[in-house]
Design a protein around this ligand. Structure first.
Ligand SMILES: NC(=O)c1ccc[n+]([C@@H]2O[C@H](COP(=O)([O-])OP(=O)(O)OC[C@H]3O[C@@H](n4cnc5c(N)ncnc54)[C@H](OP(=O)(O)O)[C@@H]3O)[C@@H](O)[C@H]2O)c1
Length: 282
């Protein structure tokens, strides 16, 4: 612990469990005031206590955030802004995989929760990030983005089509990289962005896989402490302070899939996502 975030404020989504919980605790250990933005206060109590113990008195807070509803995302952002704190680090960690359905606004579940919700949340906080700069936005993406061939903007407006949801998950994680790259171009010099693959991690993300398959599947995966390393690196390391719009794995810059480097596809994703959000909010 070297106090890299002393005097800074960091917000981690999905911090009640898994990679997000460890990330929140590690940012607190670096001296940050940490906000755990999660959908259930009850489910966040243990993580909150853990982060509080690491952060010190008055430096760990809860924010209710449900990414499956754009109205709820707006409420969370408004509630956060009303607290009148600066924001130096935003880790968009929350996500789901392998589920099926639609969000409250009718978008495919992975696309809505993993991409549209975080995009709206980040954009609503952008001015505060800019005012607080230098600031970092970290998008927890996934190597699974390599498995897809693009984003079908009709399919993301319908319920999950694949049986496993894996294809839709990959699409949402490609959108995370596009968002990080496009935000890097739009946010101005004081806000830097980072997208990453955390590794294949034995977290609650596999909760729907029945036992004993879950145990067999997860026993060779890395643990959540290791899984949080690249998020913490991107959020704190002086070595990447000048980077923006890049993709990381094992705390190193990596090339994402060629498709993820397509600038016009990233611009298109931003434009269409903004239109979806505007349409759903009208
Ligand atoms: N585990 C892996 O191998 C792996 C690999 C690549 C990328 N990732 C990415 O890493 C990130 C963290 O995943 P994890 O492995 O730590 O999974 P996890 O243990 O399942 O944690 C996911 C977090 O996201 C939250 N979340 C889910 N739906 C939400 C919603 N509608 N609104 C707000 N929060 C919501 C969950 O809250 P609840 O507890 O309330 O459900 C939980 O806090 C995800 O973005 C995932 O895609 C994971």
């Amino acid at each position: 612990m070297s106090g890299l975030l002393a005097g800074k404020v960091a917000l981690v989504t999905g911090a009640n469990t898994g990679i997000g919980r460890v990330t929140a605790r590690r940012l607190a250990e670096e001296g940050a005031h940490v906000i755990l933005a999660c959908r259930s206060r009850d489910k966040s109590e243990a993580a909150l206590a853990e982060v509080q113990a690491a952060a010190g008195p008055g430096k760990a807070d809860f924010l209710a955030l449900d990414l499956s509803s754009l109205a709820a995302v707006r409420s969370a952002a408004a509630e956060w802004l009303a607290r009148d704190l600066p924001l130096h680090v935003l880790v968009n960690n929350a996500g789901l995989a392998g589920q099926r359905g639609v969000t409250k606004d009718g978008f495919e579940l992975h696309f809505g929760v993993n991409h549209l919700g975080p995009m709206l949340f980040t954009n609503l906080l952008l001015e505060r990030l800019q005012q607080s700069g230098p600031a970092r936005v970290v998008m927890v993406s996934s190597k699974m983005h390599e498995r897809v061939t693009g984003i079908d903007y009709e399919a993301v407006r319908r319920p999950t089509r694949s049986v496993t949801g894996v294809a839709e998950y990959g699409v949402s994680k490609l959108a995370n990289i596009y968002f990080a790259k496009e935000l890097a171009r739009r946010a101005g010099p004081t806000v830097h962005t980072y997208a990453l693959h955390p590794g294949v991690v034995a977290s609650d993300i596999w909760r729907r896989v029945p036992q004993p398959f879950r145990w067999i599947m997860t026993r060779n995966m890395v643990d959540v402490e290791t899984g949080a390393e690249t998020s913490v690196y991107c959020a704190t390391s002086p070595a990447v302070a000048d980077d923006t719009g890049l993709y990381y794995q094992r705390a190193k810059v990596r090339a994402p899939a060629p498709l993820a480097e397509d600038r016009s596809a990233a611009e298109d994703c931003w434009r269409r996502s903004e239109a979806f959000i505007a349409e759903a909010s009208a």
